[in-house]
Design a protein around this ligand. Structure first.
Ligand SMILES: Nc1nc2c(ncn2[C@@H]2O[C@H](COP(=O)(O)OP(=O)(O)OP(=O)(O)O)[C@@H](O)[C@H]2O)c(=O)[nH]1
Ligand SMILES: [Mg+2]
Ligand SMILES: [Zn+2]
Length: 271
């Protein structure tokens, strides 16, 4: 099946397949069943889609409050893909122990205001880990985010015994060291599965047109009908309801900046 061609046909974790079973107990994959949804990106360095996890019920986007500092541009792109796929998204603000709780709530609170659940956690102190465990229970979840933010550490706290390898952030670069190398589905004691994934160096959008973006920004979509021009790009047109909302402080300036960058096609770059 790998030889069958484009990456769309490659099997990813979470995929459902049809097997032929042989008498010696081995099996072969005969058919890839249609995907309900997928968390995917543009494959680094190739014109192709790369499926990170197929058929997840929910995604947990993990970022550190510090060490490394949160990359909100990447979070915004992950959220766009989740919206496109109708994939429920939870945000996890980890390493809460490294910052003042108030500043973390200010930074990540922007996402709570537009309707996302944000879990404030520390894999070191255990804070918020119970909430994460409950969130994961009974579903197929994917944890995704940059390297070094504590995805594997959190899962080790959620379920001691998983024994996932973790590694300190590099002092030289301030970045994670890409410790987790394989995507894998881990069965949870409380039911469900969670996919630990290798830290993302980049998360570029695949197959999303600029004019689709309105619908994938929860705070922008509902305003578009109030723009004067129905093909408004929300960049410079007069009578733009989106820019009016940004100027009035009703839409976060950084989210708007993310929107403009995605619109202009700047989706290849990490920052
Ligand atoms: N202070 C603090 N350190 C943490 C926390 N969570 C994880 N760490 C540390 O951060 C480093 C990276 O943690 P990992 O769990 O390996 O990070 P990861 O996201 O799985 O990284 P990759 O597998 O490379 O994607 C380790 O040194 C952890 O001990 C936390 O809540 N607080
Ligand atoms: Mg890891
Ligand atoms: Zn507009």
């Amino acid at each position: 099946m790998r030889r069958a061609g484009p990456t769309r046909e490659t099997i990813a974790i979470g995929d459902r397949v049809k097997l032929s079973l042989f008498e010696d107990g081995s099996a072969s994959i005969e058919e890839l069943l249609p995907r309900k949804r997928a968390l995917s990106r543009r494959a680094p360095g190739r014109e192709a889609e790369q499926i990170l996890v197929a058929n997840p019920d929910q995604s947990v986007f993990v970022f550190a409050c510090a060490d490394p500092d949160p990359n909100f541009r990447m979070l915004d792109r992950l959220l766009v893909v989740a919206e496109r796929e109708s994939l429920p998204a939870v945000i996890c603000a980890n390493k809460l122990d490294l910052v003042q709780a108030r500043s973390a709530h200010e930074e990540f609170g922007v996402y709570e205001q537009i309707g996302y659940r944000v879990l404030y956690t520390s894999a070191t102190t255990g804070k918020g880990v119970g909430d994460l465990r409950r969130e994961l229970s009974g579903k197929l979840s994917v944890l995704a985010g940059p390297s070094g933010v504590g995805k594997s550490s959190l899962l080790n706290r959620v379920q001691p015994g998983l024994g996932l390898r973790t590694e300190a952030v590099s002092q030289a670069t301030g970045k994670g060291t890409h410790t987790t190398v394989a995507r894998e589905l881990l069965p949870l004691e409380g039911g469900g599965y969670v996919a630990d994934t290798p830290g993302l160096k980049a998360f570029a959008l695949w197959d999303i047109e600029p004019n689709e973006l309105d619908a994938y920004f929860r705070e922008i979509g509902p305003l578009v009908k109030d723009c004067e021009f129905n093909d408004c790009t929300h960049e410079h047109e007069p009578g733009c309801a989106v820019r009016t909302a940004v100027e009035a402080g009703k839409i976060d300036v950084n989210r708007y900046e993310s929107y403009l960058r995605m619109r202009s096609g700047e989706t290849f770059l990490e920052r």
